[in-house]
Write a protein that binds this ligand. Structure first.
Ligand code: OGA
Ligand code: MN
Length: 285
């Protein structure tokens, strides 16, 4: 199998040709994909008619699978989330339900799993069912956003540590701590990650931000939140964003360590069903 990578934007996003994920890939393809994801951040694999088992066989070649814990979007498979706009009977999911709140939170710029330690490294999202006019998913390049900062600003930011918490991202869509069970609050303690990350493969630095990113350790809460919000706005300017228009059967894989993403609103009644799985970082970040 010879994989080819065709850039979507000059330095961000690539379409992969020559991949047949149904047959499975070998060590040479895994290495080519690791190199490409470090280079482009987002990879689009077209026309992959795969199910959970094949998606699982693919992703687990890249690291330990994420054990999915969010009950709202459980899929029945321990490593998959069901990101669907309809329930099992095909009825639209009400916005106010727990599942609806999850979909709402996906509209915020985020990286998957930054509220965990170790966080998620790679995500693979497969389009199983798409409506006629599917909503795009947008991706932001936090490496280009870092490179665009003046050197003096970079020096100020390096070494800062950021608190990430699912409570904070959910607060932004109107939820309160009292909306969570005690068990959930115990399980989802805030974690701390560096604001600036270094990619070992490329030697390039990037910002590391997310909707879960709340404030800066050791600084007043308001000041830290303002800085995080300012950097979020900087990193998500259109010049750093690739907007993906989905086609049925596509699998998009992205590097959560230096990209952010968000869903865009969808109000249609035709179902959109996506299958989510990911792999963790091997060590705390
Ligand atoms: C995700 C996600 C966005 C979308 O699955 O992690 O954020 O457009 N999805 O469904
Ligand atoms: Mn996501």
């Amino acid at each position: 199998m010879t994989l080819q990578f065709h850039p979507l934007r000059e330095t961000f996003g690539a379409r992969v040709t020559g991949a047949d994920l149904k047959s499975g890939i070998g060590a040479a393809e895994v290495e080519a994909i690791e190199q490409a994801i470090a280079t482009y951040g987002v990879l689009v694999f077209g026309q992959q008619p795969i199910g959970d088992d094949e998606q699982q066989a693919f992703i687990q070649q890249f690291g330990p699978p994420v054990v999915t814990r969010l009950k709202e979007i459980a899929s029945g498979h321990p490593h998959f989330y069901d990101i669907s706009t309809v329930d099992d009977e095909g009825n639209p999911i009400p916005e106010s339900s727990a599942r609806g709140m999850y979909l709402l939170a996906n509209l915020l710029w985020h990286t998957d799993g930054s509220q965990n330690q170790p966080p998620i490294r790679l995500t693979a999202l497969h389009a199983r069912v798409l409506p006629d006019n599917p909503p795009n998913t947008e991706y932001a390049d936090m490496r280009a956003a870092w490179d665009a900062l003046p050197a003096s600003r970079q020096r100020e930011l390096e070494g800062l540590q950021v608190q990430h918490s699912i409570l904070w991202s959910r607060e932004q869509i109107g939820m309160k701590a009292s909306d969570f069970s005690e068990e959930t609050l115990r399980e989802r303690q805030p974690v701390v990650h560096p604001l600036v990350r270094l990619n070992a493969r490329t030697g390039r630095k990037s910002l590391y931000l997310a909707s879960h990113a709340s404030h800066i350790i050791g600084r007043p809460l308001d000041e830290g939140r303002a800085l995080v919000q300012e950097l979020m706005a900087h990193a998500t300017q259109p010049r750093f964003v690739y907007s993906h228009a989905w086609q049925r059967g596509e699998l998009v894989m992205w590097d959560d360590s230096w990209t952010m993403h968000r869903a865009t609103p969808y109000k249609g009644s035709q179902p959109r069903q996506m299958r989510w799985c990911g792999v963790r970082e091997l060590e705390a970040v």
